[in-house]
Design a binder for this molecule. Sequence first.
Ligand code: FES
Length: 309
Amino acid sequence: MSEVFVSPDEVSIPLVQPANLLEMAIEAGVAIAHLCGGRARCSTCRVRIVEGLDALTERTDEEAAMAAKLDFPSEVRLACQTQANDSVRLWRLVLDKIDVEMASQLGEGHYAGPVGREVQAAVMFVDVAGFTAMSEALPAYDVVHILNRFFNRAGDAVDSNSGRVDNYMGDGLLAVFGVDGEDDPAFSAVKAGLEVLAVAADMHDYVSRIYGCAFEVRIGVSLGEVIFGLMGAESSARETVLGDVVNTASRLESANKTTGTSMLVTEDVHAGTMDRVEYGRQFELELAGKDGHVVAHAVIGLTVPSSET
Ligand code: FES
């Protein structure tokens, strides 16, 4: 009888009819990770075919694209995209105890189904300028007080523009717009960013009056595909966003230091909002981790009153 033999588990799965490798393995209780839910959007279900490559279906277009991106040799296949028509011996990627535990959680609790979903979203990264100097000059509790006062109002600006605060990182705030299908995430993010700048201007009055130091923020906004889903250890997993779009927003936030601006957005965000947003200078920036130049636009304000948007 034909079989699919999986190592290192040493499990033999009878093959009565052509079948998908991932489905067979899961049914037989073999822990193969499959983070994207079998859509060729990750590579966690990859297996190395030891014998029987000819017994497998050709790569699907989606698998071929992933294989090209990650430079897979011909014997490395995505189990979710591959059907066995005859006997095959394979090694699964999941090799150590931690991976096995994670893979075995994939059908349960927090990890049920695909671990994340891909959505078109706008990401806004906000950071307090000169925070280190402020923390050195002021008592720690006063710094906490200032940050909480700012985050409280900045969070309201995010909420009122249909966004959600994804995370606070020290003196930084990461917000995301559009993950639940809201319209026009780029404009919502820019509008929220302008409101955050207004909050920061108020904060400056307050902080300079009481503490004698400045309070300013820098903002970066980018748009594109992100993975939105539960990440982290199972006991503390939480919904968050991940993707190059997040890195870009963070890099643009930092780039304000060299451009002398307060809010920079990507070309995509600019293109989708220029009918309602006034932009100033355009920059070609070299951003860490990015090939070539990234075009960024400085935001000035809305071209229509906020009440009409
Ligand atoms: S499960 Fe993601 S590619 Fe197979």
